[in-house]
Write a protein that binds this ligand. Structure first.
Ligand code: ADE
Length: 232
């Protein structure tokens, strides 16, 4: 099969160790092995010109907590931008736009992206003003850094790139793709401890199965996430 070009994702962090696991297994690994995406993690510390490889400093005006310095970050971003074009430079931050399926869809269709992970008190505001094109939060809670949030974002994007999932329709039937949650699923055995799989799924009638799944998806959404239905 022919896929036109790999989407490249560059992640900038002061704790690259936090990102060693998530991209080395399962679907994200397969996507890279198939050449459908390239994920590169950069240690911002490698771009510090300070003797101690310092990447943070005290905040002007006083107050607890260090701030990530402009210079090493600019150096990585400028280097990457000189090598290829990027469609977004994203900063992971709890005060960003909250990630949802439609944002993941859009980013999976766009080009290469750079993701900057915040740490400590965050990054010097001038990086946000002059370099960042999009700020993303993965939810209304505060993590210790942007790395785990970046891993969540990358997973949500990469699984949507055509060819990444074996059965291409399976991303289309994910929860949220049409503002509906997914219906329940079952596998063998037919009965466990007296708990039976719904008969319709054993009927062998694809039209009936489809109808049941649609009804279940709608009911589940009404029960659990009615906000998804009112957004339409
Ligand atoms: N960094 C810290 N908390 C975060 C969040 N909720 N989303 C994205 N980045 C973050």
């Amino acid at each position: 099969m022919n896929y036109f070009c790999a989407m490249r994702i560059d992640i900038l962090t002061v704790v690259p160790q936090l990102l060693e696991g998530p991209f080395s297994h399962s679907i994200l690994k397969r996507a890279q092995d198939k050449g459908l995406t390239e994920i590169h993690v950069h240690n911002i510390r490698d771009y510090s010109l300070q003797k101690q490889k310092q990447v943070d400093d005290y905040q002007y005006g006083g107050g607890a907590g260090m701030v990530m310095c402009i210079e090493p970050i600019v150096r990585v971003i400028d280097k990457l931008k000189a090598e290829r074009a990027y469609s977004e430079i994203i900063y992971m931050t709890p005060d960003g736009e909250v990630l949802d399926q439609s944002m993941a869809n859009q980013l999976s269709l766009g080009g290469n992206i750079i993701i900057l992970c915040g740490h400590y008190k965050g990054v010097d505001e001038r990086i946000r003003e002059h370099y960042i094109t999009k700020e993303i939060s993965i939810g209304s809670y505060v993590l210790s850094g942007g790395e785990l949030a970046a891993a969540v974002l990358v997973d949500s994007i990469v699984r949507l790139i055509p060819g990444v999932l074996n059965d291409e329709t399976s991303a289309l039937t994910d929860s949220f793709q049409d503002n509906l949650l997914s219906p329940p699923v079952y596998t063998r055995p037919e009965e466990y401890n007296g708990w039976r799989v719904p008969e319709v799924l054993l009927s062998g009638n694809p039209a009936l199965v489809e109808k049941w799944r649609e009804e279940q998806a709608l009911q589940r959404t009404k029960d659990r996430r009615p906000d998804l239905l009112s957004n339409e």
